[in-house]
Design a protein around this ligand. Sequence first.
Ligand code: FES
Ligand code: FES
Length: 151
Amino acid sequence: MKISLTVNSERLETDVWGGESLMYALRERLGLPGSKNACEQGECGSCSVLLDGTLVCSCLVLAAQADGHEVVTVEGLAQGGRLHAVQEAFVAAGAVQCGFCTPGLVVATADLLDRNASPSEDEVREALSGNLCRCTGYQKIFDAVRLAAQA
Ligand code: FES
Ligand code: FES
């Protein structure tokens, strides 16, 4: 089936199989590999994107469900060749090791700070509780969120 959706402000069309995930369509059909495939079960958050402004695991959304809707991926956060403040903060705080979790964490953090510019420690932990990182121990990620909030 053919679907038509807006991804990072660009109208795109692609053919998908009925059971195919949005994550697969983004990565394999639309040339957007930023959303990572770590578990494909909604457990890790590495595939996080915004669907009509709501944070979702793109591995749990059918590509067909995104037909006619708007998606923002990690590739859509940088503007005019400049990294998003959250991306800059992750670099500055040293919150990236293997980087597999980073795109999902960046999207989830940008979403949190859009909704709550000055989150408490508990609010940060709650907002990022669906994003797993096996490398950093999380402290530098929380440092990055604080840096981004200050920015
Ligand atoms: S790949 Fe989607 S939640 Fe892990
Ligand atoms: S930096 Fe490796 S999983 Fe987070």
